[in-house]
Design a protein around this ligand. Structure first.
Ligand SMILES: Cc1ncc(COP(=O)(O)O)c(C=O)c1O
Length: 470
């Protein structure tokens, strides 16, 4: 039997497609690796051990800490996902409260299940006219603390998938005044440090634990991520134990070496290449700012909707009356341009320092042509996909462990969900185990599906049934 996955990938890698998606090395345009098989080793003499680093891996992590502005940095070989799980687990014992932005990535909810922590959810603001979540207001955090002064930690995502950065500085001040650890999911912002036109980093703004996917926006292979720390508001020994629990005991030397190589690239060529990169982003943004049918998410949203700054490297286009999944489909099929994400209301092209001028020109030309095409018009009420504040009836851990049964999806209002329902992308759950299923939840999932979106996490993702607690 042929190795179809391998063959398909090989063919794809040689085709004419252009990736406006992760990983940030852009299919090898920004990074090369010598003798990949020959370098794939295990913990042999002289090569240290990630789970007890005291030699060459520790040195590589220390250099990363310096480059990214952390006191301590740990390599993550299983993506930011494992770093987020470990961070939540490290800061919370069973039944400890944690204030969690409800627009966090699904791995944060896995962290809640693993740790047994009890979430106090806070909601992001909504960006008017885009149907996209903005930032978390410091006042929202303050209010949650007033009612939950015994919470141990605060977990937020900044930037969001679409590039909205919250006022992490004020949130860190509030957290620290109340003896809480601030964990920031900065998976999409690993590049911020390398040019002043990007937002300040979460570490610069005072967060205690910051998780970054360097594979998303920097030249590094998929899964390669970093967990940074500063200060002593958390138990670093427990954090290291938690990391060892969620990472492979055979961490890939290729991945760790790739993090080291990416760091060296940033130290030596980062300044110069990032100057060109930010010029290219502005060229791209200026070229597409007057499209008829699509509106670009731009810096005019800064200072509103809980947004302190935006990442201008994320090109997010939204439409009033075109299903953006259809538009993204045409970009892929007709122009070979593969985007990072598309959902009914918007789509996003992810740029990085490894993009080429040729790539930008292709995207500009294709977007202008797509803008002039006739689409079947639809009433694309973008805000109908915004996640409503959930009612948590049972903690995620308890719900995960309880007996479940499947019931008719349409008749499940008022029942307690026993599973995740996650429109993907962007991967933020509409409901999680232990939450009440509401009319809003049903409507969002049905509409998302009707627009051609995919829903993951459910046993019956055709939406005929949903698992509830017995
Ligand atoms: C906001 C956010 N956080 C965390 C993650 C998980 O990152 P990783 O893919 O590195 O595990 C993602 C993945 O898409 C994400 O969008």
């Amino acid at each position: 039997m042929a190795a179809e996955l391998y063959e398909k990938l090989r063919e794809h890698s040689k085709s004419h497609v252009y990736p406006f998606h992760m990983p940030g090395h852009k299919m090898g345009r920004g990074m090369d690796f010598d003798n990949i098989w020959g370098m794939d080793i295990t913990e042999i003499d002289g090569f240290d051990n990630l789970h007890h680093a005291e030699g060459i891996i520790l040195d590589a992590q220390k250099k990363c800490a310096q480059t990214f502005g952390a006191e301590k940095t740990y390599f993550l070989v299983n993506g930011s996902s494992c770093g987020l799980m470990a961070a939540v687990f490290a800061c919370c014992n069973e039944k400890d409260k944690i204030i969690v932005a409800r627009n966090c990535h699904k791995s944060v909810f896995s962290g809640l299940i693993i740790s047994g922590a009890e979430p106090v959810y806070v909601m992001p603001e909504n960006i008017d006219g885009f149907g996209i979540a903005g930032g978390i207001l410091p006042e929202t955090i303050e209010k949650a603390i007033e009612e939950n002064s015994d919470a141990k930690a605060i977990m937020i995502v900044s930037p969001t998938f679409e590039g909205a950065v919250s006022d992490v500085e004020k949130i860190a001040e509030i957290a620290h005044k109340n003896n809480m650890v601030l964990i920031v999911d900065e998976a999409h912002g690993a590049h911020f440090k390398f040019n002043d036109s990007f937002p300040e980093t979460a570490l610069e703004m005072g967060a205690d634990i910051v998780i970054q996917s360097i594979h998303k926006t920097l030249p590094a292979p998929t899964q390669v991520s970093l967990l940074h720390t500063q200060g002593n508001r958390f138990d670093s020994v427990r954090l290291e134990t938690c990391l060892a629990m969620v990472q492979s005991s055979s961490p890939s030397y290729i991945f760790m070496a790739a993090a080291d190589l990416c760091r060296e690239y940033l130290d030596t060529k980062g300044k110069e290449d990032f100057e060109k990169y930010v010029q290219n982003i502005e060229y791209l943004r200026n070229s597409i700012k007057y499209l008829k049918n699509f509106r670009i998410l731009d810096s005019d949203i800064v200072g509103k909707y809980g947004i302190k700054d935006i990442d201008r490297g994320k090109i997010v286009l939204s439409s009033e009356n075109i299903n953006c999944i259809d538009a993204a489909d045409i970009l892929a099929k007709k122009y070979g341009i593969i985007l990072e994400m598309s959902c009914p209301g918007h789509f996003a092209a992810m740029t990085s320092v490894s993009d080429t001028i040729d790539g930008y020109e292709r995207l500009i030309k294709a977007l202008k042509e797509v803008d002039n095409m006739d689409f079947e018009k639809c009433i694309n009420r973008k805000d109908m996909f915004l996640i409503p504040k959930p009612k948590v009836i049972v903690s995620p851990r308890e719900a995960f462990n309880r007996q479940k049964t499947s019931v008719d999806f349409k008749n499940s209002v008022g029942k307690i969900a026993a599973e995740f329902a996650i429109p993907y992308p962007p991967g933020i759950p509409v409901c999680t185990p232990g939450e009440e299923i509401t009319e809003d939840v049903i409507n969002i999932l049905e509409k998302y599906k009707a627009f051609g979106g995919e829903i993951i996490g459910m046993k019956h993702n055709n939406l005929e049934k949903i698992q509830i607690l017995m």
